[in-house]
Design a protein around this ligand. Sequence first.
Ligand SMILES: Cc1cc2nc3c(=O)[nH]c(=O)nc-3n(C[C@H](O)[C@H](O)[C@H](O)COP(=O)(O)O)c2cc1C
Length: 192
Amino acid sequence: MFRLAWLRELIGEPANGRTMQPPELAGMRFAPGPVLIAYASQTGVAEDLAAAAREQLRGAGVTSRVADFEALDRAMLETASQALFLASTTYDGDPPEMANTFSRMTMAQPASLAHLRYGLLALGDHGYADFRAFGRALDAWLAASGAQAWFPRIEVDDEDAAALERWHAQVAALAATVAMQGDNSFPTERPA
Ligand SMILES: Cc1cc2nc3c(=O)[nH]c(=O)nc-3n(C[C@H](O)[C@H](O)[C@H](O)COP(=O)(O)O)c2cc1C
C-alpha cells in the first residue's frame, strides 16, 4: 500500500489519454538475474517509489528484489547486473539514517562495479542547503566504481511531478526492454 496517493496514478495507465514516451534503451543487453531496487529513505517517499518501481517491473513480467540501504552491501552490488537506486537526503545534506553505514563504510572507497548498469533517482528539496547531496554522492561513487548509468541521474525537487514522470518513463522503458529479452530471473532448476 503506497502512502502517497499520486503514486498509484503515476504507475497506472496515464490519465486523459496522454501517452508516455519511454526513452531509448534499444540495443542494450541485460544479463539474467533480478533487477535490484535499492532505496535510502528517511520519511518514506523513496521507499514508496521503490515499491512503485517494483510494481511497474512486475507488471511487465520482470523479476526484481527490493533492498533498503541498511541491508545493502558491497556483495549485493557485486552480484547484481542491473539496479535502480532511489536516494533521498536529510538533515544537513546527510544520507538517510538507514544509509549511514553504507555511506561511511562502503562508499569510503570505490568498489568493482564495471558489470553493473543502473538508474538513479535523487530526492531532495532546494530549500535545504545541500540539495540532493546524498543522491549526487551515490551517483559519483557508482561512476567511480565503474558502474554505468542507463540515463543521467534524475533529480526530484520536493516531489516534483515532471521529474517523477521522467523517472516513471525510464522505469517503464527498462521494464519493456528487459521483458523483450525474455525471463530475467535466474533458472531455479538445473536441467537433468
Ligand atoms: C528534516 C529534513 C531535512 C532535510 N534535509 C534535506 C537536505 O539537506 N537536502 C535536500 O536536498 N533535501 C532535504 N530534505 C528533503 C527530503 O530529501 C525530501 O523531502 C525527500 O523527498 C524525502 O524523501 P524520503 O521520504 O524518502 O526520505 C529534508 C527533509 C526533511 C524532512
